[in-house]
Design a protein around this ligand. Structure first.
Ligand SMILES: [Zn+2]
Ligand SMILES: [Zn+2]
Length: 242
């Protein structure tokens, strides 16, 4: 698939999975009795529209840097002769960077100042998956450059990552009530909705866990996976903070 076809597919996957999850949240909500869903969604989607334009602009600069580096340095990609294997390795490697970056956003007070905007949503649903502070996005774009160079990522692998990650990220933010066994089965591979609910708890010791974006393996490998037996007495948001 070409880079532009992958980008179109990623945009379509985000819109289609977002729309489907929004409908399912109405039909089978995990936390019931939510009113004014639209009023809650509008600011999150307005931020998303601004961020989409900002990301697209910053990405032009990043891709320019990567294209300039590529003839001199292949990165991890250079170790693979097979294109498919290279793409898989790069997508997995980039997801590891996303895990580290998310963890840094919680552990470095300067980064948390912007990342907490994502956590301040007290009624997490699929639209929270689009809610990020624009400065967090700008910092992320800048600071991921060394990781992208190390891996040898290009526009195609980034588009492939987005295609895979967007639906997963929207699913784990959604307020859809999945059967518990299905949630647990999903959690073997990806951060499931129940795992990401724990991440959005108002209690700091729960917030600082389950950092995965596409794959849940990193939380398992680095001891940051945390479950809850139930969601009685559970609250979204941010209690105390720096
Ligand atoms: Zn977080
Ligand atoms: Zn989140």
């Amino acid at each position: 698939m070409s880079e532009s076809a992958l980008n179109q597919a990623a945009t379509f996957a985000a819109i289609a999975s977002g729309g489907l999850l929004w409908i399912l949240e109405g039909a089978m909500p995990f936390f019931k009795g939510r009113r004014n869903r639209l009023r809650h969604a509008i600011p999150n989607l307005a931020v998303a529209a601004f961020n989409a334009a900002l990301s697209a602009t910053l990405l032009i600069g990043s891709l320019g840097v990567l294209a300039w580096v590529r003839p001199h340095w292949q990165g991890l990609r250079g170790l693979f002769e097979n294109d498919l294997l290279a793409s898989i390795a790069l997508v997995v490697g980039y997801d590891f960077w996303m895990y580290l970056w998310h963890r840094l956003n919680h552990q470095v007070p300067f980064f948390w100042r912007f990342h907490r905007f994502h956590h301040q949503d007290e009624a997490m649903d699929v639209t929270t998956g689009f809610r990020f502070h624009p400065i967090e996005l700008a910092l992320s774009e800048l600071l991921r450059l060394p990781a992208l160079m190390l891996l040898g990522m290009g526009a195609t692998e980034l588009a492939l990552y987005n295609l895979l990650a967007f639906p997963v990220i929207l699913l784990h933010h959604s307020n859809v009530a999945l059967p518990e066994r299905l949630d647990k089965a999903l959690a073997i591979a990806i951060p499931s909705p129940n795992l990401h609910r724990v991440h959005h708890s108002a209690k700091r010791e729960e917030t600082d866990s389950n950092y995965g974006s596409l794959l849940s393996i990193w939380d398992r490998m680095f001891g940051s996976l945390r479950r809850r037996d139930d969601f009685v007495d559970f609250r979204f948001g941010v209690d105390e903070r720096l």
